[in-house]
Ligand binder design. Structure first.
Ligand SMILES: [Ca+2]
Ligand SMILES: [Ca+2]
Ligand SMILES: [Ca+2]
Length: 255
C-alpha cells in the first residue's frame, strides 16, 4: 500500500514540476515594461513602446495573430464613439524604425475596430463569444483590431518567462537562442485620455464552416497592455498614485 502511495506521489511530482518551470510557448512582453503581479499583465512605460510577441516552441510556418483591444470595455454603439487612434508597425526587420518592409497600421478607435471577442470571424461566423474563442478574461467583449504576422526564422533570442525576473525586455542575444520574437512599434499618443490598448497573442483554427477559433494562445498571465499617458512619461500614473495615497491617508486618519 505504501509503495502504491509513493508511486502515486512520484507521478504527481513528475507531472507538476515540469509545468511549474516551463516557459509558456507564447508570451507578450514590452521593452521597459513593468509586470503587474495583481493584474498579471506587462504594462508599457510610455505612450510609444516596443511590444514583443514571443514564441518558444511552436512551429513558425503558419500565421500568428495579435489582438489590440480598447480597454476599459466600450459598449457597442452606432455610430461608434471616436476615441482617437493608435499606430502599430510590424517591425519585420527588428531595427526599431519604420522602413519599406514593415507593415504600418493606423487604427481608428473604435471606428476601425470590430466589437466582440477574438479571433476575428473573417469568414462570417458569429463575432460574439463562442466556446472556442479566446477567453473574455476581463477584457472582452469590447472593440478590437486583429493583426496577422509570421515569426521570422532569423529573429531568435534566449528563452525566458516574462512573469519572472526583471526581463529588461528583450531581445538580448543569448545561448541557446531558442525563442522566436517579433517586435511591434506601438504609439498610443493619439488615443483619448482614460483609455488603453490590451494585447493578446494566439494562433487560429477553422473549426467548422465559417467558425474561426483560437488554437494556441499566450496565457492571460503573459499578456500586455498600455494606457494613454498625459503627458508622456507617467505623470498621470503618478497623479493617480498620489490620489490613491491621499485616500489611504484619509482612511488612516479616520481610524
Ligand atoms: Ca493578464
Ligand atoms: Ca523596421
Ligand atoms: Ca469562433
Amino acid at each position: 500500500m505504501k509503495v502504491i502511495q509513493w508511486v502515486a506521489v512520484s507521478l504527481v511530482a513528475c507531472v507538476v514540476v515540469p509545468v511549474a518551470n516551463a516557459v509558456p510557448k507564447l508570451q507578450l512582453d514590452i521593452a521597459g515594461g513593468v509586470y503587474d503581479p495583481q493584474d498579471e499583465t506587462t504594462f508599457a512605460p510610455a505612450n510609444a513602446f516596443t511590444l514583443y510577441a514571443l514564441n518558444a516552441g511552436l512551429p513558425i510556418s503558419g500565421n500568428f495573430y495579435l489582438s489590440a483591444a480598447v480597454t476599459p470595455m466600450v459598449a457597442p454603439a452606432n455610430p461608434p464613439p471616436n476615441l482617437g487612434y493608435f499606430t502599430l508597425v510590424v517591425d519585420r526587420n527588428a531595427d526599431g524604425v519604420v522602413d519599406a518592409g514593415d507593415a504600418v497600421h493606423t487604427v481608428q478607435v473604435v471606428g476601425g475596430m470590430t466589437y466582440g471577442v477574438p479571433p476575428l470571424e473573417s469568414l462570417g461566423g458569429n463575432q460574439g463569444f463562442d466556446a472556442g474563442d479566446l477567453s473574455k478574461h476581463g477584457i472582452f467583449e469590447t472593440y478590437f483590431a486583429e493583426f496577422s504576422f509570421k515569426f521570422n526564422a532569423n529573429l531568435k533570442t534566449q528563452g525566458y518567462d516574462v512573469q519572472k525576473g526583471t526581463h529588461p525586455a528583450l531581445p538580448t542575444a543569448g545561448t541557446p537562442a531558442t525563442m522566436y520574437y517579433q517586435p511591434f512599434l506601438v504609439d498610443l499618443s493619439g488615443l483619448a485620455p482614460g483609455y488603453g490598448i490590451h494585447f493578446d497573442l494566439y494562433s487560429e483554427v477553422i473549426k467548422s464552416g465559417t467558425d474561426i477559433d483560437a488554437d494556441k494562445f499566450a496565457p492571460f498571465s503573459h499578456d500586455a497592455a498600455g494606457w494613454r499617458r498625459i503627458p508622456d512619461g507617467g505623470a498621470t500614473a503618478v497623479l493617480l498614485g498620489l490620489g490613491v495615497l491621499g485616500i489611504g491617508i484619509l482612511a488612516r486618519n479616520r481610524i
